[in-house]
Design a protein around this ligand. Sequence first.
Ligand code: PAZ
Length: 317
Amino acid sequence: MAEPRISSIDGKLAEEFAVPSHVDEVKEKMAAFARYHAEAGRKVVLITSGGTKVPLESRTVRFLDNFSSGRRGASSAEYFIDSGYAVIFLHRHRSLFPYTRMFLTINMLDALQFRGGEDTSEVVVNQQVLPNIAKVLKRYDEVKDERLLLPIEFSTLSEYLHLLKAAAQALSTLGSKAMFYLAAAVSDFYIPASEMPEHKIQSSDGPLQLSMKMVPKILSPLVKDWAPQAFVISFKLETDSAILIAKARRALDTYRHQAVVANVLDSRRGYVVVVTRDTQAELILTEEDVKNEVEIEERIVSNLTAAHKAFITQQVG
Ligand code: PAZ
């Protein structure tokens, strides 16, 4: 059998990004999850969600962060599960999570109340404060019982990069039945471990001047080396809509993956464009949709699961 290619990014990952101590254990968990669902004839999607944190000191006091809330990833996970997929949810620690995402702004203590007398220990949920809780809890329990959701957390950029590589390798046995839905907002810049000050940067040293390196483009080895048969979707966020589609097309030309979901910061909840080499589908929520609480992720997932089905047929056929 041919030796797997070692890309220059593999070397860079090992040298400049601290390897999380639990990466092998997580990789084995993801591989076991993939095997279990492959045997059940299920497709598996790896969703990345939330923003990466880039430390400025190795004993980190300060870091660069990202605006992403994780809502796109968390709601998409629910729609993928409803469409018959098993989901590995690689998400930023404390970002929005499938099912609980709906209740995050609620103070838990306002939603609970004692029932009975003064010293009763029974606590019940006030369903006026948590509307839909029974329905969501029922669905969450079903998903847990069927082991359809595997949550994996990251915080820093290094953790994200190593865990994504591990996930890609763990899912490679699924071939075209694996999908990568890369919705996380990943930093383009970082300070290599060797150049990072150990201790807290002192303000007494004067204004801070940072020099950061470009983060290696992880999509390249993912598509070429780690999971070459998988169906890969990247996301492209811009603030200037005039350059959005050109940037999405450039990414497709460079990495040769299957689709880019292009979105603009301010309109991302109601408008995205799914760009492939030959097509461009605008997905838009109408006022009526918004009134009916339709989420754009339902449309994105519906578009991509149909494309994934066609991709699998084409690969097998
Ligand atoms: O996490 P969220 O729901 O607040 O935002 C989603 C998003 C804008 C981070 C995502 O749709 C996206 O475009 N991710 C890729 C960002 C990028 O170009 O790096």
